[in-house]
Design a protein around this ligand. Structure first.
Ligand code: MRU
Length: 343
């Protein structure tokens, strides 16, 4: 599941969920031990675990803990499930992970709920590893040989149950000897690029050049990058993509400089019930994330965690079910309409 060189990010042990605390990386590799659904909700809300697929898995394991806490009380279990799913609203994977484990728990006698939820969480975890592998291989096929690419935020093993999505494809292309390396935006305000992508690239032997977010225009204009690869937190039926704030400007710049802009995500990030991105809930986080540590006291900040890139700017969407091209019409009942991904 975990690529060579990387520590395990999520592990069930002794009836508890061990989460590699991403807030402390790269300085420390420390694990947070979650003993209750509340612990998991706090870990997700505070970004100890982050990245759409990883929070979906954490949510599923959270239901296993919740079921253990609830005894026979299914109303309380449903309440804890809602609380968990609400901790971060943008990534649809969280709702999906919680729902899958809850469904499994509610299908069995009350005494077996915790076991059933845990089995569902383990199954999702294994599935995500396979899904990431498929996305990585299919995405690597789209990277021009001998190139550098640009990425944003962090989409690697830490953020998933496997090798990652966009960073998984970058790693696969590098292993094939096809990729020189990756430029990584630092990704303000929480530095996922600087803290996590740079660290994971170092661990995985992927050459990485870090840039401030504002340098992306200069980089793309220079012709040094042959593709932009990003992840997603939610994708609407028309291909509109919610991802870490700063993704949309990259898509505009990529279009301006005729650089392919590729989104890589599991099908569990696709929300075909939403016709477009206008109704994707965008999480706004604590303004202090923006103002600390340099802005004067009393500065008022605007801090959306995500933005929505129109599908018209997305050259391809790579999921484990296929590679989709615009104009997008992603439908729940037909996830296999994309060009099939090689096994
Ligand atoms: O707020 P975060 O750090 O959870 O946001 C993460 C992203 O936007 C990622 O790019 C996305 O979830 C894909 S993770 C494979």
């Amino acid at each position: 599941m975990t690529p060579p060189g990387m520590p395990v990010n999520l592990q069930w042990a002794d009836g508890t969920l061990h989460i590699l605390d991403q807030r402390r990386l790269p300085a420390q590799e420390a694990y947070l031990v979650c003993r209750s659904a509340g612990d998991v909700a706090a870990a997700i809300a505070s970004l100890a675990v982050r990245g759409a697929p990883a929070i979906g898995l954490a949510g599923a394991y959270g239901i296993a803990l919740a079921a253990g806490e609830c005894g026979q009380d299914t109303a309380r279990l449903r309440f804890l499930a809602e609380t968990l799913a609400r901790t971060r609203p943008t990534a649809v994977n969280l709702q999906r992970g919680v729902d899958a484990a809850l469904r499994a728990a509610l299908q069995v006698p009350a005494g077996d709920m915790a076991r059933a939820a845990l089995e569902a969480a383990h199954a999702l975890h294994l599935q995500d590893a396979a899904v990431c592998q498929a996305i990585a291989e299919a995405g690597a096929d789209l990277i021009p040989a001998g190139s550098w690419v640009l990425t944003h935020c962090h989409t690697g093993a830490l953020a998933t149950g496997g090798v990652g999505t966009a960073l998984g494809a970058i790693g696969a292309a590098r292993s094939r000897g096809m990729l020189h390396g990756v430029y990584a935006c630092e990704t303000r305000p929480l530095w996922q690029g600087a803290r996590l992508t740079a660290w994971e690239c170092d661990r995985r032997g992927i050459p990485c050049r870090l840039l401030v977010d504002g340098a992306a225009g200069m980089l793309l204009a220079s012709g040094r990058c042959r593709a932009v690869l990003v992840g997603a937190d939610r994708i609407a039926a028309n291909g509109d993509v919610a991802n870490k704030v700063g993704t949309y400007p990259l898509a505009v710049l990529a279009a301006r400089h005729a650089v392919p802009f590729i989104v890589l995500a599991p099908w569990s990030s696709v929300d075909p019930c939403l016709p477009d991105g206008s109704r994707i809930p965008v999480e706004e986080r604590d303004p202090g994330e923006v103002t600390a540590p340099v802005a004067p006291a009393n500065t008022i900040a605007f801090n959306p965690a995500f933005d929505v890139t129109p599908g018209s700017l997305v050259s391809a969407i790579v999921t484990e079910t296929g590679i989709y091209r615009r104009p997008y019409a992603l439908r729940r009942e037909a996830p296999n309409e994309g060009v099939p991904v090689a096994p």
